[in-house]
Design a protein around this ligand. Structure first.
Ligand code: PFF
Length: 453
């Protein structure tokens, strides 16, 4: 067994494990991105393909991360060092930490916007504005220099404030409150949306499978969305898995988190599309859908003032519980690998991420002309981390469990040291050895533009 390091924090309850992991998975990817790409890719048909990938690829890959972390009881870097000493596999851990750093830098830009929009909805800034005026408000805000940076910094202070408090007293404590809150808000918004006159058209758009729109690109798009949405490929679940001490079955953690993540994505679609159709907006407005179209909808809707506040609060909460998981990957690595204390690691980690993040934020305005490989800083961070580093990390993680770890050790983890039977073990090994790596390799090649585009 690995050498012992100082006493590690852990999740204090089974529910805390699920809340934290689901908190990581449920984020801007579910509430903004999922509805939008579903709309563009044939609605119900896309959802069916997405569900298939969540089950066949997402859950096994998520289990692989949990197995590694739970076995090694270390951060994303240390886990590989402990399980395969003196081997290049540790690079996968370094890559994960770097990816967390890069994702949080641009994620906090959008998260800052959600805070500004929560504030705007509280001061009732949307009332009596035309859609054009609301669109101008967004254009002016997100391209300006000071305000988006201000909100980004505030958002990072929230994130760091939770992470600094530790795993059980910070992450677990807050996600246990925030995740149920998020769910309640989403239910309220769904009830409002489906009772709007004209809601049916929106629901049809979302659920009526239109297989004529399904192409090979759609299929790969669904696979990529599953990856990003489930927080796979950079060691979030290695890190969180290392904090599991209770008798959680790893397969249950993975399937419950995947189920909840998918439910939230679909519920976000139900909250958004009926309203878009009821008020005659176009469903494929991209990033503007949330920040331009929705304020316009809310201010035409009875009790829209309250619903606007609830919606942007929901987005903020979703972003916050995801960003703490991203920061935790970085902080856990710094405390264990560099022997830093948690406070210093959190401060140094969050300050450096914020500095990089400010460049991402400014790349919508002042730095919009500064291009690297024809991309703004924001787009480059997004592209490199989501399309290259995540799939590559995920590929190596499943290969590690499928081919490098001892089969007996994998079985130990899935059976909680042979306490439970694992009738699906053969299927699981087949999936992580062959099916999942091939599928991920496929998205990866697609993402870097070798197969399609
Ligand atoms: N899963 C988050 C979302 O859907 O918004 C984003 C994310 C968090 C991606 C953590 C990757 C990650 F490691």
């Amino acid at each position: 067994m690995p050498e012992q390091i100082g006493k590690r924090d852990s999740f204090a309850s089974k529910f805390g494990v699920i809340a934290a992991a689901a908190g990581s998975a449920v984020g801007l990817g579910n509430i903004w991105r999922f509805p939008y790409i579903t709309g563009e890719n044939g609605g119900g048909a896309f959802i069916l393909i997405y569900l298939f990938f969540v089950v066949v690829i997402g859950i096994p890959a998520m289990m692989a991360e949990l197995i590694i972390g739970h076995r090694a009881k270390r951060n994303a870097i240390g886990s590989f060092r402990v399980l395969k000493p003196n081997s290049p596999w540790v690079i996968v851990g370094y890559m994960g930490v770097l990816t967390g750093f890069l994702i949080l830098a641009f994620y906090s830009t959008i998260a800052g916007w959600t805070l500004h929009y929560t504030y705007l909805s509280i001061i009732d800034a949307f009332s009596n504005k035309t859609p054009e005026q609301l669109s101008n408000i967004f254009e002016k805000f997100h391209t300006s220099a000071l305000l988006p940076v201000f909100w980004q910094v505030i958002f990072m202070i929230f994130t760091a404030g939770i992470v600094i408090a530790g795993v059980s007293k910070g992450i677990e404590r807050y996600t246990k409150i925030l995740m149920p809150l998020l769910f309640v808000i989403l239910i309220i918004l769904d009830l409002r949306a489906v009772t709007l006159p004209g809601a049916k058209e929106g629901l049809n758009f979302l659920f009526k499978p239109d297989f004529s729109k399904v192409t090979s690109v759609t299929i790969l798009e669904a696979l990529g969305q599953a990856f990003f949405s489930l927080s796979l490929g950079m060691g979030v679940l290695i890190t969180y898995g290392s904090y599991i001490e209770k008798d959680n079955k790893l397969i249950n953690v993975a399937s419950e988190v995947a189920l909840f993540d998918t439910l939230v994505a679909i519920m976000a679609g139900i909250a958004i599309f009926p309203a878009v159709f009821a008020f005659h907006f176009t469903p494929n407005a991209g990033p503007g859908l949330v920040f331009k179209t929705l304020p316009a909808i809310f201010q035409q809707m009875p009790a829209g003032y309250i619903f606007a506040i609830l919606f942007f609060l929901l987005l903020f909460v979703a972003a916050l519980t995801s960003s703490i998981s991203l920061l935790e990957v970085v902080v856990a690595a710094m405390t264990e690998e560099l022997k830093m204390n948690r406070k210093n690691a959190t401060l140094i980690g969050s300050i450096t991420i914020t500095i990089l993040g400010i460049f991402a934020t400014l790349s919508f305005g002042k730095l919009s002309g500064f291009l690297i490989f024809k991309k703004t800083i924001f787009d480059l961070l997004d592209f490199v981390s989501s399309n290259i580093l995540l799939p590559l990390g995920g590929l190596f993680i499943v290969l590690f469990v499928g081919w490098v770890m001892k089969k007996d050790d994998v079985l130990d983890e899935l059976s909680n040291k042979r306490k439970y039977g694992v009738p699906y073990f053969g299927t699981y090994m087949f999936l992580v050895r062959y099916v999942v790596p091939v599928a991920i390799a496929f998205i990866f090649l697609y993402s870097v533009g070798i197969i399609a585009k």
